[in-house]
Design a protein around this ligand. Structure first.
Ligand code: ATP
Ligand code: MG
Length: 248
């Protein structure tokens, strides 16, 4: 795998357990309960893409990435907030409106729309847009509401598998960073045990290269745990979510 680059999360601690940042040519999954910070991390990634110091790449490839990089944000829950992007951008001394202009927000109301938007990213790239970040927030919510019960499980897994294959292909072919979020209702420790599989949380284990579990700690603190990575050790990192965004 040539030309891999990394996008900082905004937190050095979190970047470190990821091996330097969010890696291109891979899908990174952020799982966690409501309010754990999945959507905030996704917003911060869109802002960081416009911040050259937050892109870690060899000189040869950096030029290509910095050539008007754009993000696609597939929003299935209606939680994308332009004003939050502006707030995070201004905290970094960037022009909020300019950052917003480089994010394609696609509101998906069902899983078919969600899958179609992911497939259409390739068209945007062919039209000349330098898409370097693709976000699906949330990956699983539409599937959970549409495919209810045991009888629908096989079909759900099959469709999710196809969707993940589309995302992995985008990451590989176009050297993109891909982030997916996954709300889990289980206790934080349950994700590492059998009960997590029982509620169907195993679906993504699937095809994401990096899996991070987020949990709330005191105040604005959050703990991120990397697990099941093929080439990195399980590890934990502490970061914060404040009005400035994601940072140590
Ligand atoms: P869900 O599963 O419900 O989608 P999530 O993991 O996506 O949850 P986020 O929306 O990322 O959760 O996190 C929400 C939390 O982020 C808030 O509870 C708050 O603590 C923090 N937060 C959001 N916006 C701000 C802000 N402008 N300033 C400070 N903290 C903020
Ligand atoms: Mg969210």
């Amino acid at each position: 795998r040539k030309n891999i680059w990394k996008l900082s999360t905004g937190s050095k601690n979190l970047d470190e357990i990821l091996g330097g940042g969010l890696e291109s040519q891979s899908v990174t999954e952020f799982a966690g309960m409501f309010g754990s910070g999945k959507t905030q991390i996704a917003h911060q990634a869109c802002v960081n893409l416009q911040c050259p110091e937050r892109i870690i790449a060899d000189d040869a490839i950096k030029e290509e990435i910095l050539n008007e990089p754009k993000a696609v944000y597939i929003d299935t829950e209606g939680t994308f907030r332009p004003e939050r992007i502006v707030q995070m951008a201004e905290a970094l001394g960037l022009d909020g409106q300019e950052v917003l202009n480089n994010i394609f927000v696609a509101r998906a109301y069902n899983s078919d729309m969600q899958m179609l938007y992911a497939e259409n990213v390739e068209n945007l790239i062919r039209e000349g847009h330098n898409i370097k970040l693709v976000i699906v927030d949330s990956l699983t919510s539409t599937f959970r509401t549409e495919y209810v019960g045991r009888g629908k499980l096989a079909e759900r897994q099959q469709k999710l598998g196809r969707h993940m294959a589309t995302l992995n292909k985008l990451a590989d072919l176009y050297n993109c960073v891909v982030i997916v979020t996954n709300q889990v209702a289980a206790r934080p420790d349950a994700i590492f045990g059998a009960s997590e599989q029982a509620i169907g949380g195993h679906i993504v284990g699937h095809a994401a290269t990096f899996r991070i579990f987020l949990r709330k700690a005191k105040g604005d603190k959050r703990v991120a745990k990397l697990y099941d990575s093929p080439h990195l050790p399980d590890a934990e990192a502490m970061f914060r979510i404040t009005e400035k965004g994601i940072h140590d």
